[in-house]
Design a binder for this molecule. Structure first.
Ligand SMILES: [Zn+2]
Length: 128
């Protein structure tokens, strides 16, 4: 019994760390993207280097956002405000869902209703 509680507490700590890392990855990818795009626009260099620099920035942003979304999908769980069920959504559902912070408008896999689902780690709601 205590072992299960320890495992649950350990999973919660890992999930919180994952959500922090998501923020850092998202910010880093955005800064690198903007830096690469501005460098390509403002620094005097051959056209092919400008294109390569901008593509590097775009690739880094796509990678960073993909990684951040994967972290957000797998850390903790979402709760349906209609039926109260808790679940881990698919990557596709998280990718396409409109969101405000970590709250996402998704279809519940249990009751089928579309609503704003809040993210939880353990018993605590995650707000960003
Ligand atoms: Zn539901």
């Amino acid at each position: 019994m205590d072992e299960n509680r320890d495992l649950a507490a350990s999973k919660e700590n890992a999930d919180r760390l994952l959500l922090k890392l998501e923020t850092y990855v998202g910010i880093s990818a955005t800064v690198i993207f903007l830096g690469a795009v501005y460098a390509a626009a403002l620094i005097n260099m051959p056209l092919y280097l400008k294109i390569l620099t901008a593509l590097f920035g775009v690739a880094f942003l796509v990678w960073g956002v993909g990684l951040a979304l994967k972290a957000e999908q797998t850390a903790g769980f979402y709760e349906c405000p209609r039926c109260g069920e808790r679940y881990v959504p698919t990557y596709k559902a998280v990718f396409w869902a409109p969101h405000i912070g970590t709250t996402r408008k998704m279809r519940c896999p249990y009751c089928g209703e579309r609503a704003w689902h809040k993210k939880f780690v353990g018993e605590k709601e995650v707000t960003k």
